[in-house]
Design a protein around this ligand. Structure first.
Ligand SMILES: Cc1cc2nc3c(=O)[nH]c(=O)nc-3n(C[C@H](O)[C@H](O)[C@H](O)COP(=O)(O)OP(=O)(O)OC[C@H]3O[C@@H](n4cnc5c(N)ncnc54)[C@H](O)[C@@H]3O)c2cc1C
Length: 125
């Protein structure tokens, strides 16, 4: 009969690292899992829920961006903003400056903001 230093029931967030730690310390470990390796966090909880939240945020951003192109007087007035927003919507990525810059859409940082900062008359009260 095989003997073990440690027997762990369940390869979830608790069981997996504990098994790895003990094995790395030279212990003989038996890890028993009767369903999915990774447990709740990997398969149903933390990771899938964060993926769902991130996808919802992207969907929300796309909705807001489309609305801005259609209805926002500021965006309608500035063709560069319209072009950048439409391109972003087409790419289906988060509407953050890093995302814009990653795709070479640097109008906001390179031109719009420096011009805006130079001319205080265009600032909102
Ligand atoms: C929707 C949701 C979102 C979450 N989000 C987060 C988060 O953002 N951050 C965070 O820190 N935590 C989060 N959690 C909590 C996190 O998932 C748990 O704290 C974590 O999974 C607990 O790990 P565990 O190893 O104790 O149990 P589990 O992950 O449940 O693992 C237990 C394992 O044991 C197995 N098992 C059970 N009985 C037996 C048996 N008789 N024989 C063999 N195997 C067995 C199961 O199949 C399972 O794989 C979330 C949970 C949910 C439900």
């Amino acid at each position: 009969m095989t003997e073990y230093d440690l027997i762990i029931l369940g390869a979830g967030t608790s069981g997996l690292p504990t098994a790895r730690l003990a094995a790395n310390k030279g212990k003989k470990v038996l890890l028993i899992e009767n369903n999915l390796f990774g447990g709740d966090c990997t398969n149903f909880g933390c990771i899938p829920s964060k993926t769902l939240i991130a996808s919802s945020k992207v969907a929300h951003d796309i909705k807001r961006a489309k609305d801005a192109v259609k209805n926002d007087p500021f965006v309608q007035h500035h063709k560069e903003w319209q072009r950048a927003i439409k391109k972003l919507v087409g790419m289906k990525v988060r509407a953050e400056q890093q995302a814009l810059a990653k795709w070479g859409l640097n109008y906001v940082i390179d031109k719009y903001l420096p011009n805006k900062l130079k001319n205080q008359k265009t600032w909102l009260p």
